[in-house]
Write a protein that binds this ligand. Sequence first.
Ligand code: A3P
Length: 316
Amino acid sequence: MDTNRRRTPIELLNEILANSEKMVPEYLLISYEGVLYPANFCSPENFKALQSFEARNDDIILAGYPKTGTNWLEQILKDLETTAGKYTEEEINSRNSIEKEVPMISRLEFRDEKQFQMMKKLPFRRINTTHILPQILPQSIFKNKAKILLLVRNPKDTAVSYFHFYNDMPLLQSFNTWDEYFTAFMNGKLTWGSYFDYLIEWNKYIADDHVMVITYEEMKENQTLGMKKIAEFLGFSLSDDEIQTIAEKSTFKAMKEKSPETHGLFGKIIFRKGIVGGWREFFTEAQNKEMDRKFEECLGGTKIGEKIKYGIYCKA
Ligand code: A3P
């Protein structure tokens, strides 16, 4: 490889992954305000820079706990936005060159000061994904009423997905057993903290008219309908054919096949199974009961709890 050439975002991602294999496990994570984050991507400086992000009214924020399908929804959002935007070729080229500096395969909390400065110049609707708690996000997101799409997935499939992610991802320290991991999940001892705390906090925002909740399960059941609801919420006007084209590009199979190009080496880790109900192979009876109790205690009777349809997707 020509080492003087500027590396593409994918090459950078691959490099981070390769280097992390050489890292001492104790240095893989940082703790910020009591929550763990991957040290290769997050730092106190990033969190400080994040506060300089001045949200616009037409910004789109995709918020979701890790492993709830954020990469999937991110692609759908980008395709909906670019298709509805009817951009000229010149606009698309200019956008592509900016995206080399501010890669869209990213999370708000990974961005540095320079990227936030560059983002100010983006002449189109900005889409940002984040896994962090709402109280850590820059408050301009709420003040300026950026549109927030909150993605949720049932806790049992989320837990199983995160288990594989932890064990397959060199940036994170593997767990020896599922049981050991399950305890960590239930106690929020994972990167980005507790699934339950995350949803308890976000539940405080979901009555706002600039927030929409969508579930992984409803997208799996009827992706076209889910996309239409999202497009309506964001004010995008698309024909049925356009929706269909985007849906075809974003099936699990299509995204997995394209992932070496879109996600580099991360693709193999992210696009694992893409199904609902895989948790049944992992949860013991006692773990099912523990999760049922915890869900009821943390999210029973809440709007988000209702959206998750626990009784349908999580009952043993
Ligand atoms: P599994 O590990 O259960 O397969 P995230 O993008 O937030 O990291 O979430 C990853 C999860 O979303 C993985 O779940 C992954 O397979 C699933 N996923 C990614 N793309 C998908 C798609 N197009 N359709 C359905 N599921 C998808």
